[in-house]
Design a protein around this ligand. Structure first.
Ligand SMILES: [Zn+2]
Ligand SMILES: [Zn+2]
Length: 92
């Protein structure tokens, strides 16, 4: 049985299979993204499709800023309270 050749390099032996297009690819042509094999062609397509929705679906930054500010306020208050409790154990 002859080893399968890479879809991009006929002279090279294929070591993996692209999950997107099922092409057999050699070690040089395969890239692991989050533990999944992609060929160079599908990786380029993936990068293109990921670059597009970023501009369109921008989350409301004011809301996020407000939430993180509230989280920080609570965290600082708790830290201050813990610090006072440690400094003056008899006061409480
Ligand atoms: Zn592919
Ligand atoms: Zn190859």
């Amino acid at each position: 049985m002859q080893a399968a050749a890479c879809a991009f390099h006929a002279e090279r032996e294929a070591l993996g299979v692209c999950v997107a297009c099922r092409s057999r690819v050699c070690a040089e042509c395969t890239t692991k993204v989050e533990g999944i094999n992609y060929c160079v062609r599908c990786l380029a397509q993936r990068a293109q499709s990921e670059a597009k929705p970023k501009d369109a679906a921008a989350p409301p930054s004011r809301l996020r800023l407000g939430v993180s500010a509230a989280v920080w306020a609570v965290f600082l208050w708790l830290a201050l309270w813990a610090l006072l409790e440690l400094a003056f154990p008899e006061a409480a």
